[in-house]
Design a protein around this ligand. Structure first.
Ligand SMILES: NC(=O)c1ccc[n+]([C@@H]2O[C@H](COP(=O)([O-])OP(=O)(O)OC[C@H]3O[C@@H](n4cnc5c(N)ncnc54)[C@H](OP(=O)(O)O)[C@@H]3O)[C@@H](O)[C@H]2O)c1
Length: 338
């Protein structure tokens, strides 16, 4: 066991079969449970098929769903253990038959990979790749798409327009950071909730900060005397649900990405994967190039709270499970990419 693998404590060697094979590092849950079930494995480097590109990964996006999927909280369908993650950034290391737009060495980013993204080498459909614009980083582009696509879906589903006031519950988190900024870019007035230590951060994103906790509805009324048109729930507390229902008259303009149960009960919108949720796959896919364009222009910031080595994915997941902090977490598969 190398020092690299000792960091996470579990290393499952894959015996070489036949001729010498190039191996790649992968992290996956061995069963359902807490982050201790994540194990580091060496597997054969994948070979790109028709229309696929192999990416030597530098940075990997980390999201709450990654933890939820193997926690048992989303059920115990064995396919939930098959693939963690979403976006990655890195460089092209090989292309399959029919791939024309990319060649080895190209810096690229993607919102999804074919299989699990928690790996140092992944396969991506050519159509899902985007070239990394000059001036962007592997870390920030990897963290852009799932959170930004979710935010774009929230704006689209609630038809938020310029001049309106939106309340963003959980504005300082990874997805909340995107929702606040896209709403500001759309010309809306943004009131966002967070703990007191994230107030300055929310101001820096263009929002009026309001601390969550008892009395939230009155504090929001104080910050928005003309009323609230739209509410985005990115935290899922009973408080967020109750305050949204109290302050927003039109149920179709309240959207949660967490509380599918409450949305069903009260008749407001639930977005994403869950009971009764609107998947919004087209909206989220279509948002990717625009998110990257805005980011490259410096108009959409991605705050990286911490970057963990890929083999420390369990630590990253424990960090995420605290439910507090600001911005995004990423994993680094190849520190030497810089
Ligand atoms: N359905 C979908 O498509 C979809 C997509 C993406 C995310 N999600 C869900 O959306 C949620 C947020 O995701 P994320 O990536 O933004 O998570 P995250 O980065 O872990 O969110 C943490 C943030 O939540 C804030 N927070 C904690 N308790 C709060 C409260 N009571 N009121 C307001 N804010 C509070 C924290 O602020 P403080 O540190 O200041 O306490 C922190 O900034 C997760 O539940 C995730 O599963 C769903």
């Amino acid at each position: 066991m190398t020092e690299y693998h000792r960091l996470v404590g579990r290393y499952v060697p894959v015996p070489a079969r036949g001729s010498v094979r190039v191996m790649t590092t992968q992290v996956r849950p061995r069963t359902f449970g807490d982050p201790d079930v994540l194990e580091v494995r060496e597997v054969a480097e994948p070979e790109p098929g028709d229309g696929q590109v192999r990416v030597a990964v530098h940075a990997i996006d980390v999201n709450p769903w990654d933890v939820t999927s193997y926690s048992g909280r989303a059920g115990t369908d064995p396919t939930l253990l098959d693939g963690l993650g979403s976006g990655v950034s890195g460089t092209v290391s090989a292309v399959g038959p029919g791939v024309e737009a990319y060649e080895p060495g190209d810096p690229v980013t993607t919102r999804r990979v074919d299989g699990s993204s928690y790996a140092s080498d992944v396969l991506v459909a050519e159509a899902d790749l985007l070239p990394m614009p000059a001036g962007t980083s592997y870390e920030t582009t990897a963290a852009l798409f799932l959170k930004g696509g979710t935010a774009a879906h929230l704006l689209e589903a609630t038809a938020l327009t310029a001049g309106e006031t939106v309340l963003v519950h959980g504005g300082a988190g990874g997805a909340g950071t995107m929702a606040v900024q896209l709403a500001v870019l759309a010309g809306a007035r943004v009131i966002a909730t967070a703990g007191a230590r994230n107030a300055d951060y929310l101001i820096s994103l263009g929002a009026t900060p309001v601390t969550y906790g008892e009395g939230l509805a009155d504090r929001v009324r104080g910050a928005a005397p003309d009323g609230v048109d739209v509410a985005f729930d990115l935290v899922g507390t009973d408080e967020a649900v109750a305050v949204s229902l109290e302050l927003v008259a039109d149920l179709r303009r309240i959207a949660t990405v967490v509380r599918f149960d409450a949305a069903g009960e009260h008749g407001f919108r639930a977005l994403g994967y869950g009971p009764g949720g609107e998947l919004g796959s087209d909206v989220r896919a279509a948002a990717a190039p625009e998110l990257l364009r805005l980011h490259a222009l410096g108009r959409l910031r991605v705050e990286i709270r911490h970057a963990y080595p890929l083999v420390q994915a369990a630590r990253a997941h424990r960090d995420l499970e605290t439910g507090h902090g600001r911005g995004a977490l990423v994993l680094i598969a190849r520190p030497e990419h810089g």
